[in-house]
Design a protein. Structure first.
Length: 50
């Protein structure tokens, strides 16, 4: 268990970094997706994954 516990802070930093990049990219792409949401609203990929 000790190696797993030692790697948790690294995983948290990786997740935070990925989340920050995704948030910035998501804000930029969101404007383009607003117009196509009406067309793609039934598509699984159009739904935001939380």
């Amino acid at each position: 268990m000790e190696p797993l516990l030692a790697s948790i802070p690294i995983l948290v930093e990786m997740l935070r970094f990925t989340h920050d990049r995704f948030s910035v990219t998501g804000k930029q792409i969101h404007r383009q997706n607003v117009a196509s949401e009406a067309v793609c609203c039934g598509h699984p990929l159009a739904a935001p994954s939380l």
